[in-house]
Design a protein around this ligand. Structure first.
Ligand SMILES: C[S@@+](CC[C@H](N)C(=O)[O-])C[C@H]1O[C@@H](n2cnc3c(N)ncnc32)[C@H](O)[C@@H]1O
Length: 233
């Protein structure tokens, strides 16, 4: 049975309203970075060669930076609506991150950017990413910060974020403090911090480094992890 792709409904809004809002704040280098996503990508992926697979590439907004770092970006996403916008930015394929159509050990690098909260369960996607990485391959996770974002967090006052009970529940919700964002439209899964980190460890990644982005309270939590070099293909 085909997996539903909720982003089909909002793909045009995502590209022309949501991302356009961020692009309006682009710096002199042309990269917008209000949330610290671009900085995390530069710091954690770093320069390299070969193909970098982005799972949940959406409209392909990260492809230009990946290419500038020396990698060849390739994207997969569940939503054909999102991929329609991505096609001009990188080679793409419609696929479920939990069933990647690539042989084991194909890629030197892989990444997910603001995707884990769109998945009912991150573990099957991480397991697949680990499988398609070469031993020693790098994986970059960039995602919504679990501590300060979610249905339990009211961010309407940037100087005083209100954390209500609910952080530990780990539930799906479309409750949101704003109607200008994504969660009120397609919903989001909340994964508490320890569950997120433990899921990466349990699926066989070696964690190397973490960063936090966004001011004055972080919006994004990111990690660089690796498929162990001595892992058999
Ligand atoms: C918030 S968007 C992020 C898109 C892009 N990475 C960015 O930073 O703009 C989340 C994306 O994950 C995709 N997605 C959700 N579940 C997926 C799955 N199981 N496999 C592949 N992509 C998925 C959605 O279709 C959507 O394009």
């Amino acid at each position: 049975m085909p997996v539903a792709a909720p982003y089909d409904e909002i793909a045009d809004w995502y590209e022309s309203v949501f991302l356009a809002r961020q692009r309006a704040d682009a710096g002199p280098d042309g990269f917008a970075d209000a949330l610290g996503i671009d900085q995390a990508l530069v710091e954690l992926l770093g320069t390299g060669e070969g193909i970098c697979l982005e799972v949940g590439c959406g409209t392909g907004i990260c492809a230009e930076r990946v290419r500038q770092l020396g990698w060849q970006p390739v994207g997969v996403d569940l939503s054909s609506g999102m991929l329609r916008h991505a096609r001009g930015r990188l080679p793409v394929l419609r696929a479920d991150g939990g069933q990647l159509p690539f042989p084991t050990g194909s890629f030197g690098a892989a990444m997910t950017v603001m995707v884990h909260t769109d998945l009912p369960d991150y573990a099957p996607v991480l397991t697949e990413i680990r499988r398609v990485l070469k031993p020693g391959g790098v994986f970059v996770h960039i995602g919504v910060h679990p501590c300060f974002c979610g249905g339990f967090a009211n961010r309407s006052d940037a100087d005083g974020i209100l954390i209500r009970p609910g952080y530990l529940d780990g539930a799906w919700t479309n409750d949101s403090w704003t109607d200008q964002g994504i969660r009120d439209k397609v919903g989001a899964t909340h994964l508490p911090l320890a569950d997120l980190v433990n899921t990466m460890i349990r699926t066989g990644f070696h964690l190397e480094r973490m960063t936090e982005g966004g001011q004055p309270t972080p919006v994004v939590l990111s990690a660089r992890a690796r498929r162990p070099a001595l892992d058999g293909v």
